[in-house]
Design a protein around this ligand. Structure first.
Ligand code: FEO
Length: 174
């Protein structure tokens, strides 16, 4: 069972995850327009990760006997000054998501909802990885500065990113 308060907070976070997918897709589009296909590929895969995160919330809310509500999603920022600006923005966004997950965990603990705590634990760990992943690319971009050749090399490196849906991911509900 979910309290109304916890259900509302879980639905809000489901929206944040789907917004993240929308944001990273917008960044992929920007990289495509800048002729940086490796960066665009990296962001396309990040979009898929976020869709899986949103799906996880959807599944948990339904399985816990709650009602999944798809809230309106704002339009993401579509234009950026540079690849560095994209990753600075992304890291800030991930820090925002981490903060929201931590707040959700606090609420689950206050309500003694152990199932929600166990569910959210996956996201606590995931957010450490998310911030590390964006932070690493941001560091590389800072090191590059205005080195155009280095940027193309990083573009090639990012084109190698692969994607595996989280284990046990059920996207059909069957
Ligand atoms: Fe779903 Fe990147 O946090």
């Amino acid at each position: 069972m979910l309290s109304q308060k916890l259900q509302d907070a879980l639905n809000e976070q489901m929206k944040n995850e789907f917004f993240s997918a929308y944001l990273y897709k917008a960044m992929a589009a920007w990289f495509e327009s800048e002729d940086l296909p490796g960066f665009a590929h990296w962001m396309r895969l990040q979009t898929l990760e976020e869709l899986c995160h949103g799906e996880k919330f959807f599944n948990f809310i339904c399985e816990a006997g709650g009602r999944a509500i798809l809230l309106p999603i704002d339009g993401p920022q579509t234009d950026y000054e540079s690849p560095l600006a994209v990753f600075e923005y992304s890291l800030k966004h991930e820090q925002f998501v981490t903060d929201r997950i931590n707040q959700l965990m606090t609420l689950a603990k206050q309500e003694n909802n152990h199932a929600a705590e166990i569910f959210l634990q996956w996201f606590v760990t995931e957010q450490v990885e998310e911030e590390a992943s964006f932070g690493l690319e941001l560091k590389k971009l800072k090191r590059l500065g205005s080195d155009g050749r280095g940027l193309l090399m990083l573009d090639r490196e990012l084109s190698q990113r692969t994607f595996m849906p989280p284990t046990g991911m059920n996207i059909t509900g069957a």
